[in-house]
Ligand binder design. Structure first.
Ligand SMILES: [Zn+2]
Ligand SMILES: [Zn+2]
Length: 342
């Protein structure tokens, strides 16, 4: 029989469809593991040597050999920092000027790499630039929420091959973020504890959904995962906002993120995925009730009419089985991989 589970952080109900559950390896991507991309493409705007005139660049991390990671303003931004904030109410309709920030983080000079194949140092460079941009964007007027995210693969929303991620900052708190904060506040008022710290404690005690543990971070599949292989990475130290991350924690998160993404890469054959880094709204920083975290959603299943019509989810993978499967995936060493590792 199937089982309904409630995710206490999102408040969503999930039907864990045990009767229809697939084996973990049945979620593997049927396409080739290595897409055979060239290390450089003359027509790619993110490749070395093809950089635009520099007017869009907001940050560049370099070493002696050249740039390692770049932040650039999106050429076609969804939100723009130059627009003034203006709210207009007309009858029942409410509108607002499209002010905010929308930047692209070019993660590596090479065209053919992905986070799962990068060195820990390279991933740490990306996280370092995330923090630099977060700290800067937070100072912009009227910014309420900053979201860092990555779309990997076409079904995750990108057709651009070059490894990149994005930062968007909005002049409002999106309702999904607000709802989660309301739930976290309610839990804090009732118990005096952070719901996320408590969740982490319970997951570590149970152990069966934990995928990977490092000194400062824990990666696990939530008890009520909304979709197959839905993964959360929580910092062990309570902190409400990503920009509070320390240098040693950046290195450790790079290790954790790379390990988890490599387990997905080798275990599920390079699936498309999204990840996002969720923090409290900028005006509520330093709170005891919210805890920042990374959410990774592999695109191995599709939402359909039931999800859209109800807001409930059907998960055809057992979280405990998915976690056990990912724990068992051994990541080849750079020696085994030869020239693939950068
Ligand atoms: Zn490129
Ligand atoms: Zn906490």
């Amino acid at each position: 029989m199937s089982e309904l589970r409630q995710n206490l952080i999102t408040r969503d109900w999930v039907i864990i469809a045990t009767d229809r559950a697939k084996r973990p390896d049945q979620f593997a991507n049927p396409k080739q593991l290595v897409a055979g991309l060239p290390p450089h493409r003359p027509d790619c705007p993110f490749c070395v040597g093809n950089e635009e005139d520099g007017t869009l660049e907001t940050f560049r991390l370099c070493d002696r050999t050249g740039w390692k990671v770049r932040a650039i303003r999106n050429k076609y931004p969804a939100l723009s920092p130059t627009t003034e904030r203006m709210r207009i109410s007309s009858g029942i309709h409410r509108t607002m000027s499209g002010m905010g920030v929308h930047e692209v983080i070019v993660e590596h000079p090479r065209h053919d790499l992905t986070t799962a194949l990068l060195s820990i140092e390279d991933v740490a460079n990306i996280l370092f630039v995330y923090r630099e941009r977060y700290l800067e964007i937070r100072k912009y007027p009227h910014i309420e929420t900053i979201i860092i995210f990555k779309n990997h693969g076409e079904s995750a929303g990108t057709s651009l091959e070059h490894p990149h991620s994005q930062i968007a900052a909005t002049p409002v708190v999106p309702s999904q973020v607000r709802n989660r904060i309301d739930e976290a506040v309610r839990y804090f008022d009732d118990t005096g504890d952070c719901l996320f710290c408590r969740t982490l404690e319970d997951e570590l005690a149970a152990g069966e959904r934990v995928i990977f543990e490092s000194k400062h971070f824990v990666a696990f599949i939530p008890f009520a995962a909304l979709s197959p292989f839905h993964i959360w990475i929580f910092p062990r130290r309570h902190s409400s906002s990503f920009d509070d991350i320390t240098d040693p924690e950046i290195t450790d998160l790079a290790y954790t993120l790379k390990t988890v993404l490599a387990k997905l890469y080798y275990g599920l054959n390079n699936p498309d995925y999204n990840y996002s880094i969720r923090s409290v709204p900028t005006t509520e920083q330093g709170t005891k009730y919210f805890h920042w975290y990374v959410a990774i959603i592999p695109r191995v299943s599709k939402q359909a009419g039931f999800e859209l019509g109800s807001g409930m989810f059907i998960n055809t993978a057992l979280p405990e089985e998915s976690a056990e499967f990912l724990r068992s995936i051994v990541i080849p060493t750079s020696k085994d991989l030869g020239e693939i590792e950068s």
